[in-house]
Design a binder for this molecule. Sequence first.
Ligand code: PLP
Length: 279
Amino acid sequence: MKNLGYYNGKLGEIEKLTLPVTDRAFYFGDGVYDAVMCRNNIPYLLKNHIDRIFENAHFLGIVPPISKSKLEGLIWELCPLVDGTEKFVYFHISRGSGIRNHEFTKTPANLFIMIKEQKIDNIYEKMELCTQNDIRYAMCNIKTLNLLPSVLCAENARKNGCGEGVFVRDGFVTECSHSNISILKNGKLITAPADCHILPGVTRAHLIEAAKKHGVEVVEEKYTKNELFEADEIIVTSSSKLARGVKKIDSRPVGGKDEKTLLLLQNEIYGSYINATQI
Ligand code: PLP
């Protein structure tokens, strides 16, 4: 199949799959999601992402309609049905279905899975970014379906010829529209703290681990937009980008002052991905 959609046991090509409009994802974005890369039909770090979606569901009082191990097994089963070597696997759990009412419905939660071919771009090619005000709410640590500010941020970045938009809240850098962002300065890795203003990315955690492994001091503290521009290197991380350096922000050249450490961390992250998905 060129792509795959799965909804509560129903399976088909995404474009042909029909969903009930009573699903609360449709009215309210009332659900949580996660996404992983898959290579050679091996979904990468799937357990971490399943743990996160279950934690997020629990936080919002959503009861997943499937156990962790069954969800893991289902994703492993569905991946080979889609053509390609590298794929993107998206899954979401919405609270349930019912006639539109803000208050929770009592119906079981719905599970949606989508798989499509997607290659990871060359991680060693540096990106261009543009900054924007972080207009999101104070629940960015929960990966909910409510993504409008992120969608607007990503589209604005695209229109400006950039690969990502960087959110800035009260002068401090939080994260990107769908990635985390960290900086290298004087040999240290600085990354915004995992509070309610960022999503604690699986790849961000991996970057922190890689830095510690290689003796790079990690500082989980707020840093300013000015510090972003003055950074030795800038690292954008996400499951589908892995770890990318940055060459320009708001059309101004940035980074390029500690390529050795940047490369060390990138190689660690890329190497783990390749090794874990080797057949
Ligand atoms: N921050 C936001 C807002 C995201 O949407 C994502 C990924 O979708 C990330 C960070 C990166 O998270 P991960 O590394 O778990 O993919």
